[in-house]
Design a protein around this ligand. Structure first.
Ligand SMILES: [Fe+2]
Length: 227
């Protein structure tokens, strides 16, 4: 079985959604997305958490941000399969890493009571998701391509936790976005290689008739955990 299928299987509760996610992931080339793990091991730089880590978690915190619980209406946005690996400083996959992502919806609204335009929030967008890695260190989310909002280039926030401890807070960006050059957080990463490591391709998913995208963001932690 394609490892992505097994990942999708493990993390989707309902039978229907399990089938749906595995069908979409099956036979795709997510692992071959250009921009996958580079030769040189660049530690993923830490970046600000920002003000919008959800102050109330959604009812559903799984890895499919397009559907909240079992509602039928998906979120508005460009569907993106976001995957990658969590690696330690020796490039060994890290298991039992809890990967959390959060991002604004297609209108730039976060799942946070302090977010601008709160009443316009897309209630079908989960806004936050979690994934617990297995032995391969792989994670997978189905979400939307991030959009810009005033003052920021499109980005997705990440937190990596292990055994209840926060290990890294960072963000990833879309390669080729002109807004990146004007984004204070992105520019705040002094080392160009480190900046590149958080700036990833969002490419058309091969054989997707629905125009889905795929993006791959590997995270290299700055330490080697004890077994
Ligand atoms: Fe943000």
């Amino acid at each position: 079985m394609n490892p992505l299928n097994s990942i999708a299987f493990r993390h989707c509760e309902s039978q229907n959604r399990r089938h749906f996610l595995s069908r979409l992931a099956g036979g795709t080339m997510l692992f071959a997305v250009p921009g996958a793990f580079a030769d040189a091991l660049i530690r993923t730089p830490a970046q600000t958490e920002g003000p919008f880590y959800p102050d109330h978690l959604p009812l559903d915190t799984d890895n499919d941000l397009l559907i909240v619980n079992d509602t039928l209406t998906p979120a508005v946005g460009e569907v993106t399969w976001l995957s990658g690996r969590i690696l330690d400083a020796r490039a060994e996959p890290m298991r039992n890493a809890l990967v959390e992502i959060w991002q604004c919806d297609a209108k730039g609204v976060y799942l946070h009571s302090g977010s601008a335009n709160g009443p316009k929030r897309d209630s079908n967008f989960q806004g936050f998701g979690r994934f617990l890695t297995g032995s391969t260190g792989e994670y997978l989310f189905r979400t939307i391509r991030p959009v810009p909002y005033p003052g920021r280039a499109p980005h997705i926030h990440y937190k990596v936790k292990r055994n209840g401890k926060e290990l890294l807070t960072t963000q990833c960006y879309i390669k080729g976005q002109p807004q990146n050059e004007r984004d204070g957080v992105w520019k705040g990463i002094a080392d160009p290689k480190a900046r590149d490591s958080v700036t990833v391709d969002f490419v058309a998913l091969k054989n997707s008739r629905a125009g889905e995208l795929a993006a791959r963001f590997d995270i290299v932690m700055g330490f080697t955990p004890e077994a």
